[in-house]
Design a binder for this molecule. Structure first.
Ligand SMILES: Nc1ncnc2c1ncn2[C@@H]1O[C@H](COP(=O)(O)OP(=O)(O)OP(=O)(O)O)[C@@H](O)[C@H]1O
Length: 258
């Protein structure tokens, strides 16, 4: 019997010749990448290299000009975003515009209720709601956010707000979590803490992240892909990337122009 939801814990995310063009401008050209289950995989590259465009092609935010996206054995290239979330691919939500006026616990309870298809919680029994609250508290504890459960999200330090975004993404029970500069705008002490929490997420969650801070990339990534001008320049382990002359040239060239 075929099922529309891939339930394998070993789902690999893969692209084949993915390209995105606006007019004559190619933001992504022929990008073929594989993200293995449990990966901690960083996408790096200079400004405008096409990293965010690539994430948008993965999530369905943009339709590719050509190429394909596979989730496990399924070609998901034409699936809408919410169908990809249902299959287990999610990116962080922008809490600043979503649930900022609610408490952290309320926000996560809403996200879990949505996943469980019980968004109209006032029709549900106390037992069903208790179950959701228990799941929400366990999730918050895993992110060391349980102490903030009753705080209004917008009153939290920015680093904690980014963690709430991650909590909301995790509430969808993703197999693949896509993080676009999770530490952007956070003081460096807080960003290290944030990445430590990210690194501690269960291995059944594959993590793909864009990050400009090379200290964080080399500390937390196990695999790195370098994009330049919309194309893959190279991919490898942190040691391989650190030793790659072409990568050094790209970054030295960039800093010379800053
Ligand atoms: N909707 C769009 N229409 C036209 N051009 C776009 C669009 N979105 C992005 N671009 C262009 O595509 C190029 C790649 O942008 P993208 O945001 O993917 O790069 P990036 O590697 O994520 O950069 P940064 O590190 O600065 O965030 C940029 O030149 C950008 O101006």
């Amino acid at each position: 019997m075929s099922t529309s939801t891939n339930t394998s814990a070993n789902t690999t995310l893969r692209t084949e010749g993915l390209s995105k063009q606006w007019g004559a401008f190619k933001a992504n050209s022929d990008v073929s990448l594989t993200f293995v289950p449990g990966a901690r995989h960083a996408l790096i590259g200079p400004n405008g290299a096409g990293k965010t465009t690539f994430i948008n092609l993965l999530t369905g935010g943009f339709a590719p000009s050509s190429g394909k996206v596979f989730f496990g054995d399924d070609d998901i290239t034409s699936l809408p975003q919410h169908e990809r979330v249902k299959r287990g691919m999610t990116r962080t939500f922008q809490i600043n515009t979503l649930f900022a006026g609610l408490t952290v616990l309320e926000s996560v309870v809403l996200a879990i209720s949505e996943r469980r298809g019980m968004q109209y919680v006032w029709h549900k029994t106390v037992a069903q709601q208790t179950d959701v609250i228990d799941e929400a508290m366990a999730l918050l504890a895993s992110l060391k956010l349980d102490g903030e459960a009753n705080s209004i999200t917008r009153s939290l330090a920015y680093g904690k707000q980014r963690l709430v975004e991650i909590a909301l993404a995790l509430a969808t029970k993703p197999k693949v979590l896509l993080l676009d500069e999770p530490a952007a705008g956070i003081p460096s002490a807080e960003s290290k803490e944030l990445f430590e929490v990210i690194a501690g997420l269960p291995r059944d969650v594959t993590i793909v992240f864009i990050e400009h801070d090379m200290g964080l990339v080399f500390r937390f990534a196990e695999r790195i892909t370098v994009l330049v001008g919309g194309k893959v320049l190279t991919e490898g382990t942190p040691a391989e990337i650190a030793a790659d002359k072409r990568v050094k040239e790209v970054y030295l060239g960039e800093s010379e122009h800053e």
